[in-house]
Design a protein around this ligand. Structure first.
Ligand code: ATP
Length: 285
């Protein structure tokens, strides 16, 4: 079982002839609204991988449609709190060259109360996994509760904040970084010392290091032609943690995560592009 303290965002995506200059007013060529947020994406990926996922998060009065979508993907949403603060959202401007400019409003994602977390984790058992990313409040409080309860903590250091990672590191079982975040963290603290470390490198695959056994696994990416790589990392990490929770050995869990991400990057969109467990199994076969 996975508990995921994570953001739920409405992504408002505007296609524009160019990114707006200061003072400019610009009409969008098209608009769409989708479910986003690293937390929501990881929950969807882990649920698609067939694992039970309890999402711990919050939405505002405008967010019911996102909870409905999460539930539709198989995520347990009984611990998504309702806040008076508007839901988190992102305004994503994309120009014709694919360049983007993004504004994120954290909103309800940072208005969680301790009781929201304690009531959710009340159902956890030792050995369960807690996933977290750096898009909600109550990170340290939740990490402490997880440690007391004997949960494994899988932490994505994104958006990257050296101080936030430094604080959470003593609680972390599995630290999940992309190569940019890994470089930033090494610059901030030197050698990264955690029980398990995942570094993803886009089309160059992923690297896994286990401190206790000294095992290093290099997991290649599948050679595919991507159409949209947004959310590849969340697909990989959601699938990876779900697979570990299901008892797969790291090499098998990594391969499955890599396959899911390879399928996801070949489809447009983020959460809606995450493949099902059956699709991933068929690809691997
Ligand atoms: P994002 O922020 O877009 O979600 P990320 O930077 O967190 O991504 P990446 O390192 O880009 O994560 O990608 C995660 C994993 O997804 C990679 O380790 C790889 O397995 C898979 N992947 C990413 N891009 C490709 C690609 N072009 N082809 C095949 N697999 C890919």
């Amino acid at each position: 079982m996975i508990f995921n303290l994570g953001s739920i965002n409405a992504d408002h995506i505007y296609r524009l002839p160019h990114l707006p200059a200061p003072g400019e007013t610009l009409a969008a060529v098209s608009y769409c609204r989708t479910l986003g947020g690293k937390g929501a994406n990881q929950s969807v990926a882990a649920a698609r991988a067939g694992e039970r996922v309890c999402h711990i998060g919050a939405i505002g009065p405008d967010g019911d449609w996102m909870v409905d979508l999460l539930e539709g993907y198989g995520v347990e949403v009984g611990h998504v709190a309702r806040s008076d603060t508007p839901s988190g959202h992102a305004v994503v401007c994309v120009d014709d060259a694919g360049e983007n400019a993004i504004v994120i409003y954290p909103g309800a994602n940072r208005a969680l109360e301790v009781s929201d977390v304690t009531s959710a984790l009340g159902a956890a058992s030792p050995g369960d996994w807690l996933m977290m990313q750096n898009e909600t409040n109550l990170q340290i409080e939740t990490a402490r509760l997880a440690q007391v309860g004997g949960l494994n903590l899988a932490y994505s250091a994104a958006p990257f904040d050296a101080n936030a990672v430094r604080e959470i590191l003593p609680f972390v079982t599995l630290l999940m970084l992309n190569e940019v975040e890994a470089r930033q963290l090494e610059q901030a603290i030197g050698e990264i010392d955690v029980p398990q470390l995942l570094i993803t490198r886009g089309a160059n695959g992923a690297e896994w290091r286990d401190r206790a056994s000294g095992e290093v696994i290099l997991c290649p990416a599948f050679p595919v032609t991507p159409v949209d790589t947004t959310g590849a990392g969340d697909t990989f990490t959601g699938y990876l943690v779900a697979s570990l929770a299901q008892g797969l050995v790291p090499s098998a869990a990594l391969r499955r995560a890599s396959a899911a991400a390879a399928l996801q990057v070949q489809r447009p969109g983020t959460a809606e592009a995450i493949p099902t467990g059956a699709e991933t199994a068929a690809f691997l076969a």
